[in-house]
Design a protein around this ligand. Sequence first.
Ligand code: PEP
Ligand code: MG
Length: 762
Amino acid sequence: MLTTLKGIVQEVSKIPVLEEALAHLTKRLTSALKVDSCSIYLADHEKQHFLLSATHGLESSAVGSVSIGFSEGLIGLIGQREEPLNIVDAQSHPRFKQYPEVKEEKYHAFLGAPIIHQRKVLGVLTLQQKKKRRFSEDEEAFLVTLSTQMALEIVHAETRGYLSFNDETSRSKWQSKISGVPGSPGLGIGIGFIPDYKVTLAGHVARRSSNVSEEISRYREAVGVTRSQVDELSHRIEGQVPSDVQAIFQIYSHLLDANSLGHEVEARIKEGWDAASSLKFVVENYIQQFRNMSDPYMQERAVDIEDLSSRILANILGAQSPSMRVVDPGKAAILVAEEVTASMLAEYATTKLRGIISVRGSNNSHAAILARAMGLPAVMGLSDAPLSLLDGKEILVDGYSGEVIVSPSQSVRKEFQILVNEEQELSDRILEQAHLPSVTKDKHPISLMINAGLSAEMENSHFTHGEGVGLYRTEVPFMLRERFPSEHEQSKLYRQMLETAPNKPITMRTLDVGGDKPLPYFPISEENPFLGWRGIRLTLDHPEIFLVQIRAMLRANVGLGNLQIMLPMITSVSEVDESKRLIRQAFHEISEEIEDSDHVLKMPKVGVMLEVPAVIYQIPQLAKKVDFFSVGSNDLTQYLLAVDRNNARVSELYDSYHPAVLRALQAIVHQADEHKVPITVCGEMAGEPGGAILLMAMGYSKLSMNSHNLLKVKWVIRSVTKDRVEELLETILDCSHPSQVKENINIYLESIGLGGLVRAGS
Ligand code: PEP
Ligand code: MG
């Protein structure tokens, strides 16, 4: 059964056009399960109906024309109940409704299963049989399993279909289709740019074209270019490689002859496909044939064909190799990547970057935090979109809703541009107030600090408006190198940082790698990286790394004295004891090494991050050991709710406004106050307008955030009274759902005219 299932899914996924793929599926299913009929109905949520989209056994002319309302007939019932329906005689079922066009009078037995993706019913898959009988448990299980797999295929195909549409009407139908997870608020317009884009046959999405002669000459030209590239390569390596490798080029040359591949490719072009898609179809077919051969030598040839064809494809598409691709500095760009990394952003930050799209990651992955730090809108977890179709296209990124629109129509673009302008006006207004103090209307001061370190280039912007650095993430200089940075290199960097604000505290966090922040030269492979060797756990196991970093920090602090050291991922008091022992050791070493007797080395304050739930119950013990606390609400949310902050599939569950998180945050500040330990929040929530006011109402008087958010939060604080937000907190702490919490916050922000901070538009 499993082999049949896999085989069917594989075959279907290879067919580029959804309608054809579904038709093939119904045909294959009828023969594999030996049933009389199989049909697929796809949901149209706008029109609130299911449309018969493919059938084998019902009247074929009804495909595309018969629709069944969401609350009608057996199909509607399956959609409503979201579960399979297995009936001996469909026609005697009370919900049976006759649709004469489909001609199903002869069928009695009926089995249907819903096709569901992320809780949304996409369609219904049915089997029918003339004989009255109950479908077996095996058949039912098979159909349900197949439906779950088909859900993904349909989502992918829909996205591909949408992106391949050329005419305005079809496009507008699908315009809102690509949604991901909101990663960083804001709106951006630019041309999609994929730094690590590789042209592959598998990744290429088929398109139709009616311009036969143009497509044929495009194909022939590409073959010509490929031939000279192959000849050149062959000459270059002549005598340097064994003769059997050299022979591969003869095979390439032979394959390039018009009589081999060319004939078939041109035939597909004449069927109405463009040159690239025609090549894809022909070559994928050949590759399959070669792979199925029993002779291992012949099987291996599939690789050669694939390689050669990718070269032709690249030439058809006029694509360049990644190393030759650079962002056109004159054009606004949207960075698109499988996984946006800190180094990518560092590389392209100076270009006119307007937004970020990451296929992997979620709203609190470090790439999203980085995007927020750079003030760039970002959409994460866009896993349903084929990347290749975003390259070189105009893209609108809505970081508030997590939506992406590709090749927008003129009217949509115009509307979007109005929102972008309004957003710009709002940030200009916020900037005008940047120099004013951070106090509420009823004169309660809130100290705002900066989160720094993620992106080297934004460090100085708006720096003066904060009261120091609440979190300096030291991992980026480690991530951007090919080896651990030396003590001297680190010390230089930290000195620069401490000198940026010599009279303000700068809180440097010791190395917090692991989780979603890997070091390229220190690979860690773990089943559960977020529960694994992360932060202080790793550095205490490698005192040589920890000590070098602390020594570098202490050395950088000589003559300045504004350094504070913070320890990440603390779970147990013993980790604090051990860290402090190493800090003292480094302190004595550096004291002895300092030759300049004018400068006395100052022991910095040492604090811990509160981000593992276990510490909530050890605050009295920790309070005796440290000078300050800082709440890492990003990880605290992840570990309290048991939701991976980097996994888009559970992004809806990751929520710092979950009532449990809010209550934990309140308990933490009360205990810290009781033990008279200064406390800050440095997680992302502190930099969100709603989060900041809630934290203030709980009693937090120090918040640390990226410099872009600092100005927004200051603006919010200056617009509220402490009394009013305390009332709001009271209502919110009674809520049972995160959505109610956010609704209350948003209503409040709208009521004081600050809605533009949490959604698009003024
Ligand atoms: C946090 O966990 O809230 C935090 C500030 O640290 P990071 O996001 O770097 O894990
Ligand atoms: Mg953390």
